[in-house]
Design a binder for this molecule. Structure first.
Ligand SMILES: NC(=O)c1ccc[n+]([C@@H]2O[C@H](COP(=O)([O-])OP(=O)(O)OC[C@H]3O[C@@H](n4cnc5c(N)ncnc54)[C@H](O)[C@@H]3O)[C@@H](O)[C@H]2O)c1
Length: 306
């Protein structure tokens, strides 16, 4: 993959997946604006790329506001002369069950994920349209947004909204040759270290141990670097015709997520009242109800003692 001459912004790229994306884009030849709220992490990420011969600058700011979005695009243009790729990756968690979730928990997550994606994408697309050479929006979705997840009202809503924005923007941006896709990642990072059944693997990885092959396959769970290839591919000319998709990646698995669609329908002359629905529901559209939630992977144990 050769991204020489292209310029990318990666939000939240001081650590975790964003850092892996920024490093991989730079290794493929792109110049990168590294963004993070964490000044130290952003600076280290950018200088690490430069030390390895890449081109990068750090822009420390909290995504969410229009001011930050404008500053990021402005920085890409002032430093590197153009903008080709925006990866809206910055994210936080504030997990609680619905009845314990505060307004602040809700607003904080919506602000960074949903509003941050909206404001940054809007500024980038304005620039792509003025530049007249197309562009790439690569958004960060999540299995939680695709399926719902216990304790993640705010996060699941934001991520489902991001998938909906990818489909909407794919239509709106097609004429300008801007592709819009959502990556649905799964990787060992500080974020997944907070999930109890994944924590041991993240801790092992942090100790320098590899993630077991069975986990990479059965749980689709690997390193952040395992996810980065998809971002480089989507940023490249090879993916110029791929848009409006939610693409899953993690460990050894690459997948395409379906979009919600009507799977069964029934018709009744004059329409449906409650009694008619009660009579027909289980024999027609409700013959088999949909599942929801993220299925727990079945990771076979290799231990002899069970
Ligand atoms: N790790 C996974 O398996 C996984 C799964 C699904 C989705 N995601 C999504 O991928 C993205 C990255 O996740 P991660 O696992 O690398 O998390 P992480 O916590 O390791 O990294 C997130 C980064 O975003 C930065 N950040 C937070 N708020 C910010 C803001 N307002 N402005 C700029 N930067 C900000 C943080 O400082 C941090 O560096 C997130 O959008 C997350 O929801 C991750």
């Amino acid at each position: 993959m050769d991204l020489s001459g292209k310029v990318a912004i990666v939000t939240g790229s001081g650590q975790g997946l964003g850092l892996a994306y920024a490093e991989a884009l730079a290794a493929a030849g792109a110049a990168v604006v590294v963004n993070d709220v964490n000044e130290d992490a952003a600076g280290k990420a950018a200088s690490g790329i430069v030390e390895r011969g890449g081109r990068a600058v750090a822009e420390v700011a909290a995504v969410g506001s229009t001011e930050t979005a404008a500053a990021l695009v402005e920085r890409a243009v002032s430093e590197f002369g153009r903008l080709d790729v925006l990866v809206t990756n910055a994210g936080i968690l504030r997990d609680k069950v619905l009845w314990n979730m505060t307004d602040d928990d809700y607003d904080a997550v919506i602000q960074v994920h949903l509003r941050g994606t909206f404001t940054c994408a809007r500024e980038a697309v304005k620039h792509f349209r003025a530049q007249g050479e197309g562009g790439r929006l690569i958004l960060a979705g999540s299995p939680a947004g695709q399926r719902g997840n216990f304790g993640q009202t705010n996060y699941a809503a934001a991520k489902a909204g991001i998938a909906a924005m990818a489909r909407t923007w794919a239509m709106e941006c097609a004429k300008a040759k801007v592709t819009v896709n959502a990556v649905i990642p799964n990787a060992a990072t500080a974020m997944t270290e907070t999930i109890p059944f994944l924590a041991p693997y993240v801790e092992a990885m942090n100790r320098g141990e590899p993630i077991p092959a069975v986990v990479r396959r059965a749980a689709s769970f690997g390193t952040a670097a395992d996810v980065a290839g998809l971002v480089v591919f989507l940023a490249s000319d090879a993916a110029a015709d791929i848009t409006g998709q939610c693409i899953g990646i993690g460990g050894d698995r690459l997948s395409l997520w379906s979009h919600p669609a009507e799977i069964r329908s029934a018709f009744r002359d004059g329409g449906w009242d409650a009694d008619a629905i009660a009579d027909a529901f289980r024999a027609t559209v409700g013959e088999q109800l949909e599942t929801y939630g993220i299925p727990l992977p079945n990771i076979p144990t290799t231990r002899q003692d069970g």
